[in-house]
Design a protein around this ligand. Structure first.
Ligand code: GLU
Length: 449
């Protein structure tokens, strides 16, 4: 057993995860990564109709792409017996009670309360039923749903993000934990699992603050104590709209398909809306050392895809060869020259896949652009002999400068156009030795198009 913190990420597998879910997953993951704890992936799949195995599978894949590797994966649908046992415990304590109102009755009552200017809190009529009244309702075919009896206290906790926090339980309705059909809502299973798996820190979105007030009471009823809680601010899209699993907007899968770097997604997902500057990182460990829950801001934060594109490019520009070797190999770029190739082109990439373009420019056939035949002929005749390295370009162009008086763009641009067939690209000092003398000569001597 490790003694570090135990956290969990608990998505319901009812769709693909989006960048806001990734923020929650990563804040948990980075928290334990820095402290040597454990990360549990828990699928909240008690809603059997909407939960799908293929979504669960896809979520694991999305997390793996981000670099999140759970120590344990659990599904709530396999743990019904534990929830039943907890429900019995709460019943025995008088904290879980049957209620028979239909949805329409509750709705009517709420409207009446609102008309009288009262808060629409459940009036606990079910608690005042006599045994005979309850029996009569059951005999008439009514099935109860089950509510948790809240203590009318102010629940307080020291939030890892928000500091001293509280929820006034007296202003809440006793939450329904179990529906008429016996199925559980999210609230109880989550607490039962957090207890069973020894979760020490619950890090989740601030849309769960009210739940925390309720769940702390449930932890106390079932285990005597609650874990620590941290509620992070939520992400919106660039237009300020909330994110939803249902629409698929800003899904991790879509970002991956767009070719952005997973480290850039991870960095932006946790650094945006915090006191830390958004910046490229070389690893999740580096990100773990930067991220601090107490540095998160309190308002919603906007996730901007344009910002992500820029960060993704900057992430590539500094990436060491070892970090991309496998992915380059998948593009067919491997072997002895692969590292030199990578170092020559990475500073110019917007997407990793663009490396293929430069591989073609270096090793394949291109159409040289001939702008100044005479100058190119001179340049070809002065191509250095011997072994070529990073300094070859400087030596060659220095000589051409001395011979022609050209400088700056006038000197360099015709060479770039002929050697690469492109207006822009990586530093020629790095490209030239990779292109090699034979190809360079042929390109400089190419006939005008
Ligand atoms: N399934 C819940 C959700 O996705 C989990 C909340 C929690 O972390 O407790 O919102």
């Amino acid at each position: 057993m490790t003694s570090g913190p135990i956290v969990r990420f608990a998505p319901s597998p009812t769709g693909r995860i989006h960048i806001g879910n990734a923020r929650t997953a990563l804040l948990n993951w980075l928290y334990v990564r820095r402290r040597g704890g454990r990360f549990i992936l828990r699928f909240d799949d008690t809603d059997l109709e909407r939960s799908k195995a293929e979504y669960a599978e896809a979520i694991e894949k999305d997390l793996a792409w981000l670099g999140v590797a759970p120590d344990l994966v659990r599904r709530q649908s396999e743990r019904m017996a534990a929830y039943d046992a907890a429900a019995e415990t709460l019943k025995a304590q008088g904290r879980l009670y049957p209620a028979y109102e239909t949805a329409e009755e509750l709705d009517r009552r709420r409207k009446r309360q609102q008309a009288l200017g009262r808060p629409p809190v459940y009036d606990r009529a079910a608690l005042r039923l006599s045994d005979a009244e309850r029996a009569a309702l059951e005999a008439s075919g009514r099935k109860p749903h089950w509510r948790f009896r809240l203590e009318p206290t102010t629940v307080r906790w020291d939030d890892m993000v928000r500091g001293e926090s509280h929820v006034d339980s007296a202003s809440l309705s006793d939450p329904v934990l179990r529906r008429e059909d016996g199925s559980y809502l999210y609230t109880l299973p989550s607490v039962v699992d957090d207890i069973e798996f020894g979760v020490t820190h619950v890090i989740r979105g601030e849309d769960h603050v009210t739940n925390t007030g309720v769940q702390i009471q449930m932890f106390e009823a079932l285990a005597g104590a609650a874990p620590r809680f941290g509620h992070h601010n939520l992400l919106t899209d660039a237009g300020g709209e909330g994110l939803s699993k249902r629409t698929g907007a800003l899904s991790v899968a879509a970002l991956r398909e767009n070719g952005v770097e997973p480290l850039a997604v991870a960095a932006l997902a946790v650094l945006v809306g915090s006191a830390e500057a958004v910046r490229p990182v070389a690893s999740l460990d580096e990100l773990a050392a930067i991220v601090d829950l107490s540095h998160l801001s309190h308002g919603a934060a906007r996730f901007d895809e344009a910002e992500l594109d820029a960060l993704s490019a900057r992430t590539l520009h500094h990436m060491p060869y070892e970090a991309v070797a496998g992915r380059l190999e998948a593009l067919g770029i491997a072997g002895s020259g692969a590292e030199a190739f990578w170092l020559a082109v990475r500073g110019n990439l917007a997407r990793l896949d663009d490396a293929s373009i430069w591989r073609q420019v270096i090793g394949g056939e291109i159409a040289p652009i001939v702008e100044d035949r005479e100058f190119l002929e001179l340049a070809a005749s002065r191509l250095p002999q011997g072994a070529w390295d990073q300094s070859t370009w400087a030596a060659w162009t220095k000589e051409l400068k001395a011979l022609t008086g050209r400088k700056g763009r006038e000197l360099f641009h015709p060479l770039r156009l002929a050697l690469t067939g492109r207006e822009a690209g990586p530093e020629l000092a790095g490209l030239l030795p990779l292109i090699g003398r034979a190809k360079a000569l042929a390109r400089l001597s190419a006939p005008s198009a």
